[in-house]
Design a protein around this ligand. Structure first.
Ligand code: ZN
Length: 190
């Protein structure tokens, strides 16, 4: 069984580009989101942004256990506080770091019906939204690290990605410890 999409990994230039606003919310977008969700569930993720499957548009899908959701053209309008928490990424396999981000945010955007969304989120949910929004701006977890940690991470990533050697098996094994996987131990998802 294979997922509808292959998740793009660190080193893929699409992850470093600024995604463009979605101009039409239509049946085609609904289908794309369904396929992204299937890909996300296959990897036991809780969030996936369009650039991670090679689509340079501003939307992401997620599921906190209350069913699948999509936010299109998201904007963080307010952020408050600070929260240090471990974070990983399906596109940066096998690695996770403690990263400080605002603890609470207000996010706006649109759903797949074209209705406006306006949500207050905190802790894990706020973190997921910020993480996915980073993807739309071409920002990766590594950009949040201090220089020494980033250098060490890059060295590890080079090894991991070289070891891939055409096969995603090893990365996927390592990813099981990543933050965006459920049941990875050490982190209880809401
Ligand atoms: Zn990510």
């Amino acid at each position: 069984m294979s997922s509808p999409y292959t998740i793009r990994l660190f080193g893929d230039p699409v992850l470093r580009q600024m995604a463009k606003d979605v101009s039409d919310i239509d049946g085609k977008l609904v289908k794309v989101c369904d396929s992204m969700l299937e890909t996300m569930y296959d990897d036991a993720g809780i969030g996936l942004a369009a650039p991670q499957v090679g689509i340079q548009k501003r939307f992401f899908v997620y599921d906190f256990g209350d069913g699948p959701e999509t936010i299109i053209n998201p904007t963080i309008t307010e952020s408050r506080g600070e929260w240090l928490h471990e974070e990983g990424c399906l596109s940066v396999p096998g690695l996770h770091w403690e990263i400080v981000r605002p603890k609470e945010i207000h996010i706006t955007g649109y759903d797949l019906h074209g209705n406006e969304i306006s949500l207050e989120a905190d802790e894990l949910e706020a973190r997921l939204f910020q993480h996915e929004l980073d993807h739309l701006d071409g920002v990766l977890l590594l950009d949040h690290l201090d220089e020494d940690t980033r250098k060490a991470a890059l060295a590890t990533l080079r090894e991991t990605l070289l070891d891939l050697d055409g096969s995603r098996a090893k990365a996927q094994e390592q990813e099981k410890r990543g933050w965006f996987r459920s049941g990875s131990g050490g982190l209880t998802l809401p």
